[in-house]
Ligand binder design. Structure first.
Ligand SMILES: O=C(O)CCC(=O)C(=O)O
Ligand SMILES: [Fe+2]
Length: 200
């Protein structure tokens, strides 16, 4: 396992072996049965290309009213608990006693992307964000702590884990595109990303 450091982001290549990746996929499949993936609207009215759901006390949601955390799925039910298998990765990579209260599940089908943004809907930016990649490769772009400026890109592969903490906690980042069909982990292709955050 090697760790790349790009602009303060710790990128753990091959953090999860294939057996562990399969355990996570099984956990996500159980999760999306009770909290189905949805394509949120942006505040600007256009739907996001990524489909999302959440686990934990809070789920991240976007619609015409803006971005925010909610305690319920848009269909009305409470979010399911964060699977233990996912929390174990947080424990391992952060070593923190405090655990995340949101696991955002992002699903990128062919053509899906996520524009450059900051993760800034949480109360306390001293907690890191941990992001787990599963399935197809995704081209991750890293910018700066303010909008604009130069960027650097790195391909995230299945089993890679990114820790965004310290000075990099508010650094702009996004996914330009995925390499559809590059992984055989998910039978239907596509990329899964699990983002763990301390919200409150
Ligand atoms: O899919 C990824 O790797 C990044 C996801 C992300 O930045 C987010 O959900 O805030
Ligand atoms: Fe993000």
């Amino acid at each position: 396992m090697t760790c790349l450091e790009i602009r303060g982001f710790q990128i753990w290549k091959d953090n999860l072996d294939v057996a562990e990746q399969k355990v996570l996929v099984a956990a996500v499949r159980r999760l999306v049965k009770v909290a189905p993936l949805r394509q949120p609207d942006t505040p600007y009215g256009r739907p996001m290309s990524v489909r999302m759901t959440s686990a934990g006390t809070f789920g991240w949601h976007s619609d015409r009213r803006g971005y925010r955390y909610t305690s319920r799925h848009p269909d009305g039910m409470e979010w399911p608990a964060i699977p233990q298998e996912i929390l174990a990765i947080w424990d391992r990579v952060t070593g923190l006693a405090r655990r995340p209260d949101c696991c955002l599940v992002n699903w990128y089908d062919e053509g899906a992307r996520m524009g450059l943004h900051q993760d800034r809907d949480e109360a306390d930016f001293t907690w890191p964000v941990v992001s787990i990649s599963l399935g197809d490769d995704g081209l991750f772009r890293i910018g700066n702590q303010t909008r604009g400026g130069t960027t650097e890109s790195v391909w995230l592969a299945s089993g890679d884990v990114v820790v965004m903490g310290g000075g990099a906690r508010l650094t702009y980042h996004g996914i330009d595109r995925i390499r559809f069909g590059s992984s055989r982990l998910l039978s239907q292709g596509g990329r899964l990303n699990l983002t763990l955050r301390v919200v409150t």
